[in-house]
Design a protein around this ligand. Structure first.
Ligand SMILES: NC(=O)c1ccc[n+]([C@@H]2O[C@H](COP(=O)([O-])OP(=O)(O)OC[C@H]3O[C@@H](n4cnc5c(N)ncnc54)[C@H](OP(=O)(O)O)[C@@H]3O)[C@@H](O)[C@H]2O)c1
Length: 169
């Protein structure tokens, strides 16, 4: 089972502001959906705060197994499977038959899964100082980066952005 991280961050590494995404980028949302849905059997793993930040209409994210990490044994939500630790989340994704397991944030959850991921899909949003939560620093030794595309500003995309894939060698 492939474990991949997917994130949108600004030039400073910011990913969130006041528990929300700091920008409106339709191209990034469409790519996120297409990649994480894949063949319709994929898993997404997120933190409880990121789950809380999703609009009701996107909870759970459709067509994907939704695993939410929480340290609270009491936490539950319809459409989500709770995992108390990283190994449990991976076990559940595997047991669900997922070929791809996407780590979708936020910062605390990226940190936990960084060592297990073999791909990091980054949308670099060309703006600065956008928020209050950052993507964790990571050691890029043994990682290679391939730029896939750049999307220009238009009425659906607030900032210019560049999508690239980091792969662990
Ligand atoms: N730009 C992007 O691509 C992107 C993607 C996702 C999210 N975001 C943004 O990121 C922000 C949220 O990130 P965040 O780092 O504050 O929160 P988060 O990672 O979404 O969730 C944190 C929560 O996860 C649980 N958790 C953390 N470590 C755990 C562990 N070791 N075992 C079990 N559960 C654990 C805890 O839940 P309990 O408190 O319930 O115990 C913790 O409060 C929001 O602004 C969101 O919009 C951005």
């Amino acid at each position: 089972m492939k474990i991949a991280i997917i994130v949108a961050m600004d030039e400073d590494g910011y990913i969130g502001s006041e528990q929300m995404l700091p920008w409106r980028l339709a191209s990034d949302m469409a790519r996120f959906r297409s990649l994480t849905e894949g063949d319709g059997f994929n898993t997404v793993i997120m933190g409880r705060k990121t789950w809380d930040s999703l609009p009701d209409s996107f909870r759970p994210l459709p067509g994907r197994v939704n695993i939410v990490m929480s340290r609270s044994t009491d936490w539950k939500a319809e459409g989500a499977i709770t995992a108390l630790y990283a190994g449990r989340a991976i076990e559940v994704a595997f047991a669900e038959g997922s070929e791809e397991c996407w780590i979708i944030g936020g910062s605390q959850i990226y940190e936990i899964f960084m060592d297990r991921a073999t791909e990091i899909h980054v949308t670099k949003v060309h703006t600065e100082n956008s928020g209050d939560v950052k993507f964790p620093d990571w050691d890029k030794t043994n990682w290679t980066n391939e730029v896939v595309e750049t999307v220009e500003v238009d009425s659906d995309n607030e900032f210019r952005s560049t999508y690239s894939i980091w792969t662990k060698s």
